[in-house]
Structure formats: structure tokens, C-alpha cells
Write a protein of this length. Structure first.
Length: 117
């Protein structure tokens, strides 16, 4: 549970700081919290976020085109915001490379399913 709180704190910092990604740390914190307590794991699995995104993805092994576009647009906004906000060229290049790889991954690696499938 302690690691869960540490990763949650880093994730919150990553939400505010443009150079540090928050998403992976949120996932790590949820994993740590889930493994620390069966009650917390059961609570998380009953949340609408889990039911709508995680469970749907696990069952169908893919996402709808609408979900892919929505997730990519939100991520692109934050990546571009970070690129314009950061003055370090290397960080800008890394962010742009990660953004391009993200699109490749969503297009080629995650199966596109039809709604209700």
C-alpha cells in the first residue's frame, strides 16, 4: 500500500508537470493498491472507469474506433502542450517520438472492434 501512495503522488505530480507522465504511475499505483487489499481491488473493479474501459478492453481484446480517436486526441493535446511548454530540445524530440509511437501502437497493435461486439 505504501508503494501505491508513492506512485499515486508521482502520478499527481505528472499531471501537473508537463515533463513527467502521470498515466503510467496511476496504473502502477492502482496495481499496488489492488495487490495490497482484496477490498480495494473489489472496489476498483466496481468503478465505472474499470467497467467501461479496462474490462471492456480485457474481454474484447480491442477498442472501438471512437474510443481510439478520443484517447489519442486527449493524449495529443497534453503531448503538444508539453512540447510547447518545455524549452529543452531533447525532451521535445522524445515527446514527439512518443506521440508518433502512440499512434502506431493504437493503429497497428490494438484491434479495432465494432460497437457492441
Amino acid at each position: 500500500m505504501i508503494f501505491g501512495f508513492i506512485f499515486l503522488g508521482i502520478g499527481i505530480a505528472g499531471t501537473v508537470l508537463p515533463v513527467l507522465p502521470g498515466g503510467p504511475f496511476y496504473l502502477l499505483s492502482s496495481y499496488c493498491f489492488a495487490k495490497s487489499s482484496k477490498r480495494i481491488e473489489n472496489w476498483f473493479k466496481r468503478t465505472t472507469f474499470y467497467e467501461k474501459y479496462v474490462e471492456e478492453f480485457r474481454q474484447n481484446k480491442g477498442m472501438t474506433r471512437k474510443e481510439k480517436i478520443r484517447i489519442n486526441l486527449i493524449a495529443d493535446f497534453f503531448i503538444l502542450f508539453s512540447v510547447f511548454y518545455v524549452d529543452i530540445l531533447l525532451v521535445r524530440v522524445i515527446l514527439l517520438a512518443l506521440g508518433i509511437y502512440k499512434h502506431y501502437y493504437f493503429i497497428k497493435k490494438i484491434k479495432t472492434i465494432t460497437p457492441g461486439q
